[in-house]
Write a protein that binds this ligand. Sequence first.
Ligand code: HEC
Ligand code: HEC
Ligand code: HEC
Ligand code: HEC
Length: 483
Amino acid sequence: MGGLPKKAQQLEALRGKKTAVLPLDSGALLFKDEKLPQDQREQLVVTAQGIVTAYNKMSFAGVGIARQDLAAGLPFLLALQKKASFPWLSANLLSRTDRKPWFKPHTLLTTGGMRIAVIGLTAQGADSLLTDKDNAVIAPWEEVLPQELAQLRGRAGMTILLSSYPSAINRKIAEAHPEIHLILQGGDSRGNMPPERVNNTLITQVEPQGKSVGFLEVHWNAESKRWEETGSENLLTDKQNELDRLGWQINRYRRQGDPTQAFKNQPQVLEAYNDMLAKQRLLEEEILRLTAEQNARDANRSRFSSYSFHFETMRKDLPDNPSVRAIVDATTSEVNRIGKAAVKARISESTGRKQEGTSEKYAGSTACTSCHAPQFAKWRTTQHATAYDTLETKEQQFNVQCLPCHITGPAAQTGQEMLALAHDLRQVGCESCHGPAQAHTLQPAAAKVGQPTMATCQRCHTGDHDDRFNFSEALSRLRCGAD
Ligand code: HEC
Ligand code: HEC
Ligand code: HEC
Ligand code: HEC
C-alpha cells in the first residue's frame, strides 16, 4: 500500500486538469496471493481495510473482484464491502442455490454528460477459495455476460468490463461481444499492457499491486460508439512515450551535474549521453510532424472515438497526498502493533524454551567475525547491517510485510519465525547473500558456502523497492570480497 499516497496525488492533479475522470480498478487490490498464511492473516487483513479506506478517500468509481480479493474469505469481503463507498463488482460470483450475484454485477455512472456502464467479472479457477458454507460459485462468463449486456442495452453510451480473466479469455469475450468497448484486465497477469484492439474493443492492463497507474484518455463519440481505425495516433503515442523514457534517462545522467564535466574521463559514457541527445532531437521533430498530420485529419474524424494512453510508475520522488499518507501511516502502525502483540504473547507462552523461529542452519553474522574480520568490518559499514534498525526507526519492525527484505531473509519463512528471529539474524546479514553457514563455521573447508548471484540480490532489490538497482554498480559498492 506504500504507493497509495502518490497515486492519490496524481488522481487529484488529474481531476484538476480534466473534465471527466473515472478511476477504476480491475481487482486484486487487497491481497497478493489467493491464500493467506495463518500467522500473517491479522496483519494482512488490517492492511486490506486500510486500502479500502484510502480508496474511499480517492473516490474510486468501481473496483472489480479478482480471486485474490477472496483470500480472507467471502464473508470478509462482504463485510468490507459495507465500509466501501465505491461498488465492488462481479457479475459471476453467484449464490450456489439461487444463482443471484453476491455483489453488484454492474454500476451505471454519469460522467462528462454521458452514461457509462461498468461490469465486473471474476476469473474462475479451482474454487477451493470458497467454502461450502459460503454457498457461492464463480460462474463461467458465458453464463452471465449475455444477459447482463441485454439488461444494459440502450442505457449507456459506453460499456466497460473489469475482468480478472487472463488475456486469452478477454479476447474471446471481445470477439463475442463488440458492445463492450473497453476491457480493463487485472488479476494474475504481470506487467503493463498497452491497449490492444480486438474488433471494437480495447483491452489493456496495468501491472498488479499498484506499482503503476495507467492513464487512458478517451474522446468518445457516444453515437457511433466506434473506435477510429488505428494508425498514426498510436504511433504518435508510442513516440511520445519513447520521448518520455528518453528524457528520464537523460536526467539520470545529469544527476551528477553537467555530463560533459562529470564524465569527461569516461568517453564511452559521454558518447552514449550524446547519442541520447541526438535521438531526443529526432524524436521531437517526428512528433511535431505527426501532430501536424493528425490535426489535419481531426476535422473530418469526429464521427469516431479516439484514445491515448500512458503508464506511470509510482516512483519514490513523486509527491504524496497528505490525507491518504495519514491513512497509510495509521494502517502501518496498527499492523506493527499487531505484530508486536504477537511477539509478546509468544514470549510469555514459551519462557524457558528454545526460540522456535530460528533455523539451525544459520549461524548469524557475528559468528563469522573470528575468521573473516575484514568482511565483517566492511559489512558493518553498509546499509545492510542496519536494515532492521531502519524498520525500527519507522516503527515497522513487527510488520511481516516488511521483514522478509530487512532481515537475514531465508532464515525465516513464516511470519512467526520472522518475528521470533534471533538478534544476530536481524539485519541483512552475511547469510542473506551467502546462504546458511552454520556448518561452515564448524568445518570451513568441508562445508563451503556459496557466492550470491544477481538473482540473490533481486529477491529484495525488486523494482518496486529499488527502481534503480544495477547489479555490477551495487556490487562494486559492497566490495565484500575486497580486503
Ligand atoms: C572457523 C573459521 C571460519 C568461520 C567461523 C567462518 N568461515 Fe568462512 N571461510 C573460512 C575458511 C578457512 C574459508 C576458505 C575455505 C576454502 O576455500 O577451503 C572460508 C571461506 C568463506 C567464503 C568464500 C567461499 C568461496 O568460495 O570463495 C565465504 C563466502 C565465507 N567463508 C563465508 C562465511 C560466513 C558467512 C561465515 C559466518 C556465518 C563464515 N564464513 C564463518 C573459515 C571460516
Ligand atoms: C535480504 C534482502 C537483501 C538482499 C538479499 C540484498 N539486499 Fe541490498 N539492501 C537491502 C535493504 C533492505 C537495503 C536498505 C537498507 C536500509 O537502508 O535500511 C539494501 C541496500 C543496499 C545497498 C545500499 C544502497 C544505497 O543506496 O546505498 C546496496 C549497494 C545493496 N543493497 C546491494 C546489494 C547487492 C549487490 C546484493 C546482492 C549481492 C544485495 N544488496 C542483496 C536488502 C537486500
Ligand atoms: C521486496 C523487498 C522489500 C520489502 C518487502 C520492503 N523493503 Fe524496504 N527496502 C528494500 C530495499 C532493496 C531497499 C534499498 C533501496 C535503495 O537502496 O534504494 C529498501 C529501503 C528501505 C528504506 C530506506 C530507503 C528509503 O526508501 O527511505 C526504508 C525506510 C524501508 N525500506 C522501509 C520499508 C518498510 C516500512 C517496508 C514494509 C512496509 C519495507 N521497507 C518493505 C527492500 C524491501
Ligand atoms: C549483500 C550481499 C552480501 C553480504 C550481506 C555479505 N556478502 Fe560476502 N560477498 C558478497 C559477494 C557478492 C562476494 C563476491 C566478491 C565480490 O564480488 O564482492 C562476497 C565475497 C565474500 C567472501 C570471499 C572473499 C574472497 O576474497 O573471495 C567472504 C569470505 C565473504 N564474502 C564473507 C562475508 C561475511 C563474513 C559477511 C558478513 C559479515 C558477508 N560476506 C556479507 C556478498 C555479500
